[in-house]
Design a binder for this molecule. Structure first.
Ligand code: 5GP
Ligand code: ZN
Length: 136
């Protein structure tokens, strides 16, 4: 399979690993948005949240928590963004499920805040009905 993260998992491509267990791997992102930016992912190849089974996701989130606490303890941070992209319009560039753990520090300029603009309550209510009816 031509998946760069599967190759990292298989050891065919080197990485700076910070955590590994039977089901998951965590390694440093080589294009860090902030100091300490790393990725946590399942070893099973799933492309994103939409095709991930619950067991795989549960194992991955447990690893996310463990690594987040390691980041906090080692780097002395008290802020972090957890980011996960699904699909091209969400800026997913590697189609193997992964969570970005991005340490945040005062004035780091990494963004990710957006202006609060009140929405159309009718439209929001209708969307709520549609999503809820689909099992949300
Ligand atoms: P996405 O845009 O899919 O959410 O994020 C993919 C991430 O994978 C990017 O932040 C990128 O820097 C990282 N990445 C891509 N190729 C490699 C690689 O070969 N090694 C490592 N460690 N990270 C990679
Ligand atoms: Zn893969």
């Amino acid at each position: 399979m031509d998946c760069i993260f599967c190759k990292i998992i298989a050891g065919e491509i080197p990485s700076f690993k910070v955590h590994e267990d039977d089901a998951t791997l965590a390694f440093m992102d080589i294009n860090p948005l902030t100091e300490g930016h790393l990725l946590v992912l399942p070893k099973r190849h799933v492309t994103g949240l939409f095709d991930t089974d619950e067991e795989t996701l549960t194992a991955t989130m447990a690893a996310v928590r463990k690594v987040a606490l390691a980041l906090k303890g080692s780097l002395g941070i008290d802020s972090m963004n957890l980011l996960q992209a699904n699909g091209p319009w969400a800026a997913q560039s590697v189609p193997h499920l992964h969570f970005h753990l991005i340490p945040r520090r005062e004035g780091d300029g990494a963004g990710m805040d957006w202006p609060l603009k009140p929405g159309d309550m009718d439209a929001i209510g209708k969307l709520r009905e549609k999503i809820s009816a689909a099992g949300g």
